[in-house]
Design a protein around this ligand. Structure first.
Ligand code: HEC
Ligand code: HEC
Length: 346
């Protein structure tokens, strides 16, 4: 509620602004500018000054066990990163891809090969960075909410998943330097690039074109041929983000263009329920091709009911050891339509 006192304060503020604008116009000297603001307090500086250096300067005292870390992880981290840091749902996996040999050599061998993904433990060379990053930025939805001891504990848990420290380990400011000597990629850091200060050396070594140069640059984005066929027909799939369909990705894409004959309801449903992320009509993807399924069960009277149960409950073993996830959320009638359509596949 507005009172007379509020109104008076508001007027005083306006008057103050006018006065200081006039002052700035007349007394614009460095000394006058320096008089603005005030020195930050020690507490204010401390609130920003949280970085932990590779030599561990800035690291707060504290400790945490692997077991405590597992509790923190399960409660505050696993929903995004997976129970064992293996999920790539919201970010690349944190754990995986390192070996006992890497821990001995300090260089992650898979980093130099064709390993298609890089986990945090494969890349990070300094354990201080892992500690610092978790402390300042995680959990993503509540950064800086962990105590120092929680950060020690959850870092210990990740290091244990990476087989860098044993399950009964307690990580602390006193022994973290010893852990650094076991980081799998501790020797993987390079300063041989232009980002390293003081070198003035570029990252690229191309020479500028001086004659017969391309007159125009055409910027295109295209799927390389070798990538076709590897994830089914993207134009039939709902992509992960937004209501966008992928491009026609099959080598025979022209033949299966979206504008083809109207789709059977069962076919449409397999797109709607993301079955095509793992299946294709005529090719094994993660799961068997629909035409292989149809020919395997051709003539078997109870196939419909059995496969409806299987799609609902998930399972493995009929085609190999890779499981199909359960999908209990799909209405029975939709499952029936999809299985009916799959069993007709040529
Ligand atoms: C709500 C989802 C979410 C939660 C919960 C979460 N994270 Fe993250 N985490 C992310 C995302 C997203 C990134 C990538 C952030 C970026 O690059 O800006 C990330 C990055 C990381 C990284 C850096 C990986 C790298 O290689 O750069 C670590 C380590 C990490 N998280 C650990 C944790 C820990 C420990 C917890 C629990 C205390 C946690 N996260 C909770 C989403 C989450
Ligand atoms: C995450 C991957 C994945 C998704 C998504 C998926 N499947 Fe499967 N599907 C598989 C795998 C793997 C198998 C082989 C399972 C086995 O060996 O028993 C399979 C097998 C099948 C079979 C044959 C089962 C058998 O016992 O012979 C049918 C039918 C099937 N899927 C239909 C569907 C339908 C319909 C959907 C969508 C609602 C779907 N799948 C989604 C991976 C998946």
């Amino acid at each position: 509620m507005s009172t007379w006192a509020d109104t008076a304060r508001a007027l005083a503020l306006v008057a103050g602004c006018v006065a200081s604008a006039a002052w700035a116009g007349t007394a614009d000297t460095a000394a006058a500018r320096a008089a603005l603001g005030r020195t930050a307090t020690a507490a204010e500086v401390a609130a920003w000054d949280i970085d932990v250096r590779p030599d561990f300067q800035g690291l707060p005292k504290g400790s945490g066990t692997v077991a405590q870390g597992q509790k923190v992880w399960d409660g505050k981290c696993a929903s995004c990163h997976g129970d064992f840091g293996e999920s790539n749902e919201v970010f690349s996996p944190i754990v995986g891809g390192t070996t006992a040999d890497d821990i001995r050599s300090g260089r992650v061998a898979a980093m130099t090969g064709n390993q298609p993904y890089r986990t945090t433990l494969m890349k990070v060379s300094t354990v201080s960075t892992l500690w610092d990053y978790i402390h300042r930025a995680m959990p993503w939805n509540a950064p800086r909410s962990l105590s120092a001891d929680d950060v020690y504990a959850v870092t210990a848990y990740l290091l244990n998943l990476g087989e860098i420290v044993p399950a009964d380990f307690t990580l602390s400011d006193a022994n973290i330097a010893g852990v650094q000597r076991k980081m799998p990629n501790r020797n993987g850091m390079t300063t041989e690039h232009g980002m390293w200060p003081g070198r003035g050396r570029p990252d690229t070594h191309n020479t500028a074109c001086m004659k017969d140069c391309e007159a125009t640059v055409k910027v295109v984005s295209a799927m390389p041929d070798y990538a076709r066929d590897s994830h089914g027909d993207l134009s039939q799939q709902q992509r992960g983000f937004g209501p966008t369909r992928g491009v026609a990705a099959l080598a025979s894409a022209q033949a299966v263009s979206v504008a083809a004959a109207p789709m059977a309801p069962g076919a449409k449903l397999t797109g709607q329920y993301q079955c095509m992320a793992c299946h294709a009509l005529d090719r094994k993807v993660v799961g068997p091709s629909f035409s292989d399924i149809a020919s395997k069960y051709r003539g078997q009277v109870d196939a419909h009911a059995a496969l409806e149960r299987k799609v609902r409950a998930g399972g493995q073993g009929a085609w190999g050891s890779v499981p199909m996830p359960p999908q209990p959320q799909i209405p029975e009638s939709d499952i029936r339509a999809m299985v009916g359509w799959i069993l007709e596949a040529k």
